[in-house]
Design a protein around this ligand. Structure first.
Ligand code: ADP
Length: 227
């Protein structure tokens, strides 16, 4: 299983990415974690990276792409699968990672989009700031990261959608509910991958499920007051 995760900061890429990777027994390659590892190691590169992270700006493509190539090569020597989280963030990175994965013969099977509204994203990032104290989880830097996401990352979704490999999930729900839905979708797709050419596939949008079943679920399940 080869998955790219695409979502706003705070949407749960790290959490869901880890769970998906564990489920399929493939490495979870998270660009943010790889970059923070360099910063903690206090290497020269780490010191350069830190400035970008602290300002909420994107780290130069060359740095991120080199790190990811190394991780993909390691994954190729292992099972060949991966969950890549945090890349691509721009159309240029999308093209670069596509070229790289064609070259390595390990193009993504699925691009997973986690949909979360702006208010909830800010709430989650501020909550994480209290717990983890990440240097880029301050109100000002969060605003910059979200703006960059809207400007340069979100527009890539259309490209994947037209290639028929996008799976969109409503992620403003408890972690376990999101994981369950994602894993069901990926397991169903696993049967198709390799049998059907990408060009014959259709993107899957599950973000409406919430609204479709929401009313029924509320009627059917006890409210907090009743339980
Ligand atoms: P989040 O998605 O919550 O912003 P990440 O841990 O994925 O958290 O990324 C943290 C920071 O790392 C980003 O704000 C950015 O500075 C840098 N970064 C991560 N991935 C990339 C990338 N593909 N290209 C450039 N910079 C990146």
């Amino acid at each position: 299983m080869r998955v790219l995760m695409l979502a706003a900061p705070g949407a749960g890429k790290g959490t869901q990415g880890g769970l998906i990777a564990e489920h399929f027994g493939v490495p979870h390659i998270a660009t943010g974690d790889l970059l923070r590892d360099h910063v903690s190691a206090e290497t020269d590169l780490g010191r350069q990276i830190k400035g970008f992270l602290d300002r909420g700006e994107l780290v130069p493509d060359g740095v991120v792409l080199d790190m990811v190539r190394e991780a993909l090569e390691a994954a190729k020597n292992d099972s060949g699968g991966y969950v890549l989280d945090g890349l691509p963030r721009t159309m240029q990175q999308a093209r670069a990672v596509y070229r790289m994965s064609v070259e390595l013969d390990m193009t993504a099977d699925v691009v997973l989009y986690l949909q979360v509204g702006q208010d909830e994203l800010i709430r989650r990032l501020l909550a994480r700031a209290q717990q983890e104290g990440r240097s880029d989880d301050t109100e000002q830097v969060i605003a910059r990261r979200l703006a960059l996401y809207r400007q340069v990352t979100e527009p890539i979704l259309g490209w994947y959608e037209s290639r028929g490999i996008l799976v969109s999930v409503a992620a403003e729900r408890p972690v376990g509910d999101v994981t369950r839905e994602v894993l069901v979708a990926l397991q169903v797709l696993q049967a198709v991958i390799g049998q059907v050419p990408d060009s014959d596939r259709r993107s899957i949008d599950l973000t409406g499920l919430d609204t479709a079943f929401g009313a029924e679920a509320e009627q059917g399940s006890p409210t907090a007051a009743e339980a």
